[in-house]
Design a protein around this ligand. Structure first.
Ligand code: ATP
Ligand code: MG
Length: 264
């Protein structure tokens, strides 16, 4: 059975998509099969892994998750093979923006993603879900479907704000929908060691969260222009620029995740 990990933070631009793509790739490179699920109508993960979101209509997460089973365009998930053996992608595009409305009419709408993933859960070692920057019905579906939450946090001051709101949503999900959901941990992203306040934020993270029982990963993801370049070429940094410190950070994160699951 796959370990299902939702990569969540309602703050935009903190590296959720970069984390999903690079962690997925690194887990596969370490010998574990992985399905990456794009749950963001922006389709950034789809682009980062080399696909054109606009060309995917008909077999995105939207048709599998939102359209009822008796709808003519409903389909069971058929992930696309990505450019490394063992990695697959369920794409997304703007069609998913209609999910909020469409799901409204559905019975147990918080569990639509969980239902869609059930038939393929035993196919992969890991399923990583890239969430949109909101705490709406899509992110709630990810929390309901996941075993664990991975929270990328930018190491600039403003990134700490809003984390309490996210943790509250996670607690509510645990209470009402998914009692076994665990917080895998927080990973510091966009880190620039030349910036004193980035070091301060990192220290703050390490001071505040472990006493609350929330793990903060040793791996920290360095900021680098290579990330933008990589995303434009449709490859994650771990493949595009493997010696980049950001790539190194994601490989270490994959090792830490594998150790957590006793697979390292
Ligand atoms: N370590 C990094 N160094 C430099 N740039 C990065 C890094 N990680 C991500 N980026 C870039 O920062 C931008 C935001 O990253 P990303 O898309 O991963 O964040 P996100 O949290 O998924 O954003 P959104 O909330 O819009 O979904 C992108 O242009 C990405 O290429
Ligand atoms: Mg994103």
């Amino acid at each position: 059975m796959a370990h299902v990990i939702a990569v969540v933070n309602q703050k935009g631009g903190v590296g959720k998509t970069a984390t999903t793509a690079n962690l997925a790739w690194s887990l596969v490179a370490a010998g574990h099969s992985c399905l990456a699920v794009d749950l963001d109508p922006q389709g950034s993960l789809t682009i980062s892994l080399g696909f054109d979101p606009d060309a995917q209509t008909g077999h995105t997460i939207y048709e599998a998750m939102v359209l009822p089973a008796d709808h003519p365009h409903h389909h069971a998930l058929t992930p696309l093979p990505v450019d490394i053996m063992g990695l697959a992608l369920v794409p997304a595009n703007l069609d998913l923006a209609a999910a909020e409305l469409d799901l409204n009419a559905q019975y147990q709408r918080e569990f639509a993603l969980k239902r869609a993933l059930t038939p393929i859960r035993s196919t992969y070692d890991f399923i990583l879900i890239d969430c949109p920057p909101t705490l709406g019905i899509l992110a709630i579906n990810a929390l309901a479907a996941a075993d664990a939450v991975l929270i990328p946090v930018g190491t600039n001051y403003l990134s700490l704000r809003g984390l309490q709101l996210l943790l509250r949503s996670i607690r509510l999900t645990q209470q009402h929908m998914n009692p076994t959901l665990e917080i895998l941990g927080i990973v510091g992203t966009l880190y620039d060691r030349r910036m004193a306040h980035h070091q301060d934020v990192l220290q703050e993270l390490r001071k505040i969260f472990p006493p609350q029982g929330i793990h903060v990963f040793d791996s920290v993801i360095a900021r680098s222009v290579r990330f933008e370049e990589a995303a434009m070429t449709g490859r994650p940094v771990v493949d595009y620029a493997p010696t980049n410190p950001g790539a190194e950070g994601y490989r270490l994160l994959a090792q830490e995740v594998l150790t957590h699951y006793g697979a390292g």
